[in-house]
Design a protein around this ligand. Structure first.
Ligand code: MD6
Ligand code: FE
Length: 216
């Protein structure tokens, strides 16, 4: 069930609470976008986007890669973090320093000082592609927040409760928007509606989402 409509049109610098422990930082990463996208290209040259298989045998519509000491993977065996890219057998690319600094700064602004991500999951969405509601529960310690950075085409983000059947709020995440998410709603269900077609001036016909985690 989906109800309510939140528009993330707050001016830059004005954060607002999405839920207890969850903060939206509108346009927080916008001035870093070129540097972030260059770093994404650096990662993708070493660990390309791929469509992973779910434990149920479906192929995910979202293209996915990672950087950092740990990377999130999915296959017939389940969801887990690995130290190596299963495609290459090599460690995941190092997390760029600019990624770590931005994630730590945003976490601190959301009330989570000392955030030191060891994993950055990079998702690539094309028009028509979404992500069905899920919980992020493959990390060791749910005390650490997750920091999510959106680049490129906007997407409607669905934010629910701790039970799958709880009502979902909807908000649009646009280029440069950051969500910091932890505490009492760390295990809230959330998803992304299929993207509407469009073209972003800097990113093109896609949306890139970076999620930073303390996974290990
Ligand atoms: C996305 N994000 O925005 C998918 N998970 O493309 C997530 O699944 C997510 O944004 C946990 C915390 C923040 C997120
Ligand atoms: Fe998630």
């Amino acid at each position: 069930m989906i109800s309510g409509d939140l528009f993330a049109d707050t001016p830059p610098g004005q954060s607002w609470a999405l839920a207890p422990g969850a903060w939206c930082l509108p346009a927080r990463a916008r001035d870093h976008a070129e540097e972030l996208l260059a770093a994404v290209a650096w990662v993708v040259a070493r660990a390309p986007f791929r469509h992973m298989r779910t434990p149920g045998g479906r192929v995910m519509g979202v293209g996915l890669t990672n950087c950092g000491a740990l990377g999130w993977v999915s296959d017939e065996g389940g969801y887990r973090y690995t130290e190596r890219d299963p495609l290459s057998g090599h460690p995941w690319p190092t997390m760029p320093q600019g990624f770590r600094e931005l994630a730590a700064a945003c976490a601190a602004e959301g009330g989570y000082p000392g955030f030191a991500p060891d994993a950055c999951l990079i998702n690539c969405y094309e028009p028509g592609v979404g992500l069905s509601p899920h919980q992020d529960r493959d990390e060791q310690d749910f005390a650490a927040p997750i920091v999510s950075v959106s680049l490129g085409l906007p997407a409607v983000f669905l934010f629910g409760g701790l039970r799958r059947r709880d009502v979902f709020r909807r908000l649009t995440l646009a280029h440069g928007d950051v969500v910091v998410w932890g505490g009492p709603t760390r295990l809230a269900y959330h998803g992304v509606q299929p993207l509407r077609d469009g073209a972003h001036a800097m990113v093109g016909r896609k949306r890139i989402n970076l999620t930073f985690r303390q996974a290990g």
